[in-house]
Design a protein around this ligand. Structure first.
Ligand code: PLP
Length: 508
């Protein structure tokens, strides 16, 4: 047997028991630090491995406990306990002749020739192959990272108090499952806030709380599409939308974007009728275009005509920097076929993982039963704390402070960029926490982003957001949310230097 399972490793401090002293158990030689595992555990694992790999084929008779104890240099009790354990979990069975290996389902365990495993990708569903490796795993708190808010300016004290308050008032009941669509107090607080600040037509019953905007997008796909349906996305556009569409086995069609936002070709409605249309009208991600009112009205009218739903992703519309606030598309006309998606990832912090979708009133009612089955109410303390944070005015004050801060930071970034580049290369900036810089084709954006990362800067390659990369999608998406005004000029000088090296000349 020892040739099959190998010798056991005996602890130096607990020398192997000789067969003649075979009455104690050997579990005392417990593994600690680099000590070997207890002999009983080692024996169980060795036998399991030998059975699973077919070295001990199904039906083979194991030696008696006395014989094996003598051979392995352990107490008989150790072997008896190991056999009992293996019998309890089904590796062996005891019959009249002794202890036998059970028939297991794996071919190797049955002693059959080992089959070469298929390539790992063969195990995945086809849709998994559609995910491009466009996300870098860079530290998303590095300077110039798009989408990360000013984490060091978040009012932690007020948030801690809100959490403590919800613990004091809602425990222990809030440890149980919550309402599937989220805490009613938070749904109401969000609806009130959205009516006032974003012009969304809604009440709390239409708000479904989700784990960030991403789950809201997934939910829209599940509620409103069947596999194979057509979905349009802005190109370049938000990768999270494409990911949600892939998960729903939708046929995703790229829609070009220009300075007025998503530009739908005239024949697209007839040629490729969509079921879902993803758009970020307040601040197109990532080019920063604001969808014009004419296009908003046209999208709404056409979607209505063709039975499509518009997903309005208002991810950073709260941070409006120029002119009057642009209200939501959802509120533009009554009963617009719009699923309004929002997130607290930018307005609070990304790790909070709270977002929401505002469903049209009638749909919210009809979907209630499905939502009961699809969702589980969790993160209740955070939701209750957030409701209080909003109702108490803390959220509004934080937004006001952040709006001013981001405005300042954007100006510093713009100043730094115009020192090195033409103003016409700079896109966006009406809202949010990033600007986009177009690059000439001779500076490949992914290469530049890689080199920037080596210099501990994390702007993203614009082409990484494109379904169909073109000359116009060569650029950098540069975040200023989490980068102080003082850091911006030196950081942009580093980028310009890298570009100079790449081009072998000054880039302008
Ligand atoms: C366009 C867009 N929508 C939504 C989100 C927020 O997603 P989530 O709430 O899942 O963090 C982001 C975050 O980067 C984004 O860029």
């Amino acid at each position: 047997m020892i040739e099959i399972i190998g010798p056991l490793i005996h602890s130096a401090s607990a020398p192997a028991a000789s067969p003649s002293t075979a009455s104690r158990t050997d579990t005392g030689a417990a593994a600690a630090g680099d000590k070997p595992a207890p002999l009983q555990k080692q024996l169980i694992e060795r036998l399991q491995q030998a059975i699973l790999t077919g070295r001990l084929p199904a039906g083979s008779l194991l030696p008696s406990s006395r014989l094996l104890a003598a051979e392995m240099g352990v107490s008989r009790n150790t072997v008896v306990i190991a056999y009992e354990h293996l019998a309890a979990v089904g590796y062996v069975v005891a019959d009249k002749k002794g202890t036998r290996v059970s028939p297991l389902s794996s071919p190797t365990a049955r002693g059959e020739h080992q089959v070469q495993p298929a390539a790992p990708e063969a195990f995945y569903a086809t849709r998994v192959g559609q995910f491009g490796a466009t996300r870098t795993h860079a530290d998303n708190t590095l300077p110039l990272t798009p989408g990360t808010p000013a984490l060091d300016r978040f009012p932690l004290g007020a948030w801690r108090r809100a959490l403590e308050r919800s613990m004091e008032r809602a425990l222990p009941l809030a440890l149980g499952y919550g309402a599937p669509a989220g805490e009613p107090a938070l749904r109401e607080a969000i609806a009130t806030h959205l009516r006032v600040s974003r012009g969304v037509r809604c009440d709390g019953s239409q708000v479904v709380i989700t784990e960030g905007a991403q789950e809201a997008l997934n939910l829209c796909v599940r509620l409103f599409t069947d596999p194979g349906d057509i979905a349009w996305v802005e190109d370049p556009g938000y990768r999270g939308a494409k990911a949600a569409f892939n998960l729903g086995d939708l046929t995703t069609l790229p829609m070009p974007v220009d300075l007025e936002g998503m530009a739908v070709p005239a024949d697209a409605w007839r040629a490729h009728p969509p079921k879902l249309i993803y758009t970020s009208p307040a601040h197109q991600y990532p080019t920063g275009a604001v969808l014009s009112v004419a296009r908003r009205l046209e999208l709404i009218a056409q979607a209505r005509r063709s039975g499509a739903w518009l997903i309005e992703d208002d991810y950073d519309g709260e941070f409006r920097h120029t002119g009057e606030p642009i209200a939501s598309m959802q509120g533009l006309v009554p009963d617009a076929p719009v699923l309004y998606v929002g997130s607290f990832s930018k307005t609070m912090f990304p790790a909070l993982r709270i977002g929401f979708v505002v469903l049209p009133g009638a749909i919210a009612e009809q979907a209630a039963v499905a939502l009961q089955e699809m969702l589980r109410g969790g993160h209740r303390l955070e939701q209750l704390a957030l409701a209080h944070f909003i109702e108490s005015g803390e959220f509004g004050r934080h937004l006001g402070r952040m709006r001013r801060l981001y405005r300042e930071r954007q100006q510093a970034l713009r100043d730094a960029l115009t020192t090195h580049f033409e103003p016409s290369q700079i896109l966006g900036g009406n809202c949010g926490m990033h600007l986009t810089l177009r690059l000439p084709p001779r500076i490949p954006d992914r290469l530049l982003a890689e080199r920037a990362l080596a210099a501990r800067l994390n702007p993203r390659a614009l082409s990484g957001f494109a379904l169909q990369p073109r000359d116009e999608t060569n650029g950098l998406v540069i975040g200023y949310g989490n980068t102080s005004a003082e850091q911006l000029a030196p950081a942009i000088a580093v980028l310009a230097g890298l570009m100079g090296e790449m081009a072998g000349a000054r880039v302008a």
